[in-house]
Design a protein around this ligand. Structure first.
Ligand SMILES: Nc1ncnc2c1ncn2[C@@H]1O[C@H](COP(=O)(O)OP(=O)(O)OP(=O)(O)O)[C@@H](O)[C@H]1O
Length: 442
């Protein structure tokens, strides 16, 4: 399916400047930048710019408009700047990723070498330049070209891939919330920048040497304007959103894929499976997920609620990245978020007090992975979703309760059924069928 990206951007590339094929000097760069500005080509919006880029600001930008430091061209060889040929750390469909070392300074980087002929590299580079700089995105350092290949020099994520950690089994809700939050912060940033990643999956979530999470592989990423419908099937089978299979979609596909990721983080297996790609697609389109029984009984209702809201087939009802970040389950487990996100509630004060007592007194029942023993009675005004309306009506009150509570309390560490840090499982109990169920990219 990745081959689709080749076709889908052929028309876009015809507008691209010839400059991308030859060495791009700084002088030409500034001339080119000027021309880009005169052409009305969009510049990078300031961090936090709200919502998707509008068409008026220009959708497509040309390589070289964004980052003069990123070289495209053949007059400077990668060997001049880097010692290449280090160990192979990844193998993708379009080439390999190896470790290289900067001749100046000796810092190690990841070098993704893409064979020519798969010209999607232009868009990958352009979008990486566009979103580089965010701490949750793998930074693109430089790009080189030789007769056979493109070489993308990126920051090295030496901690491996999230998918490899996930093979150890489901993680605690605390860890899952932390991971999802990190991913969603980047997804929100990409969406704010008018970029849809289209391939969110644990294989593309990398971990740095210090345990930070970085989103990688923008090979399928695409620009989007507000209100625009994207066409062209792209993604990885198990993670692809149903509307992609139906042929018209938006940035919300990243929320669905992240929901699949959250599902796997919490229970250790993917929600949609099958013996063939067609079978998986059939499940994605029609299979009704239930979160009440089996493995889900040990998962808190707030966590189930969030998965349900992310894996909602009705795109307009599916929550946004911003709403995921504001979800009480995320707020509860990621203390830092409390300082940055507004918390609204219509909860009665007495309920908040009750909850407060409960959270700060874990011995009264807040044990294991569960947060649902502390649900309160009372009215709720939380927005509707498939999951909340149909499955958790009785318990929607907890969301308001939790929302208010997290704004008041210092969160005590929940007891975990399993600890799972960035360097691997601390407590290797539990099993996973992820290994057999994870699908490869199309
Ligand atoms: N910056 C990096 N640091 C460390 N490892 C990396 C880095 N970038 C990529 N890798 C490794 O290389 C693998 C392939 O990279 P990437 O996903 O970008 O290539 P791809 O050809 O698009 O792959 P795929 O076919 O899986 O989509 C990753 O799964 C990861 O293991």
């Amino acid at each position: 399916m990745k081959k689709k990206r080749k076709e889908s951007e052929a028309s876009e590339r015809s507008n691209w400047p010839e400059v991308s094929r030859s060495h791009y000097s700084l002088e030409r760069g500034s001339r080119f930048n000027k021309r880009c500005r005169e052409d009305g080509v969009a510049t990078v919006p300031t961090r936090g710019a709200s919502s998707l880029l509008t068409a008026a600001r220009g959708l497509k930008r040309k390589i070289g408009c964004i980052d003069d430091a990123t070289r495209m061209g053949r007059s400077v060889r990668i060997e001049d700047d880097y010692v290449i040929g280090g160990s192979t750390i990844g193998q993708g469909k379009f080439g390999s990723v190896t470790v290289c070392r900067a001749r100046a300074g000796g810092v190690e980087y990841a070098c993704k070498t893409l064979r020519k002929g798969e010209e999607t590299v232009h868009r990958e580079v352009e979008i990486m330049q566009h979103v580089s700089g965010h701490p949750g995105v793998v930074t693109l350092k430089a790009v080189y070209e030789d007769a056979e290949c493109w070489h993308l020099v990126m920051e090295l994520c030496s901690g491996g891939r999230l998918v490899d950690k996930m093979r150890e089994g489901p993680c605690s809700e605390h860890v899952a919330a932390g991971i999802l939050k990190e991913v969603m912060v980047v997804v929100k940033y990409c969406h704010d920048m008018g970029v849809v990643h289209r391939d969110i999956k644990p294989e593309n979530v990398l971990i740095t040497g210090t345990g930070k999470i970085k989103l990688a592989d923008f090979g399928l990423a695409i620009r989007i304007c507000e209100g625009q419908n994207l066409k062209g099937v792209a993604g990885s089978p198990a993670y692809v959103a149903p509307e992609v299979l139906l042929g018209s979609y938006s940035e919300k596909v990243d929320i669905w894929s992240s929901g699949v990721l959250l599902h796997a983080l919490l229970v250790g297996f993917l929600p949609f499976k099958g013996d063939s790609q067609e079978a998986v697609f059939e499940e994605i389109k029609n299979f009704k997920l239930h979160f009440q029984t089996g493995v889900w009984e040990s998962i808190s209702k707030p966590a189930r609620d969030l998965v349900g809201r992310m894996l909602t087939r009705d795109v307009s009802a599916r929550i946004t990245a911003e709403e995921v970040l504001s979800h009480p389950w995320i707020l509860f487990y990621t203390a830092q978020t409390l300082n940055t996100l507004p918390v609204k509630s219509k909860l009665k004060p007495e309920n908040a007090v009750t909850f407060h007592k409960f959270v700060t007194a874990p011995e009264s029942g807040f044990g294991g992975n569960r947060m649902d023993n502390c649900f309160l009675n009372g009215s709720s005004s939380f927005s509707s979703s498939e999951s909340c309306n149909s499955e958790y009506d009785d318990d929607c009150e907890w969301i308001d309760a939790l929302t208010t509570a997290v704004s008041h309390v210092t969160i005590s560490e929940a007891k975990r059924t399993k600890l799972w840090g960035p360097t691997g499982p601390i407590d290797p109990q539990g099993s996973s069928n992820l290994k057999t169920n994870l699908c490869k990219a199309f």
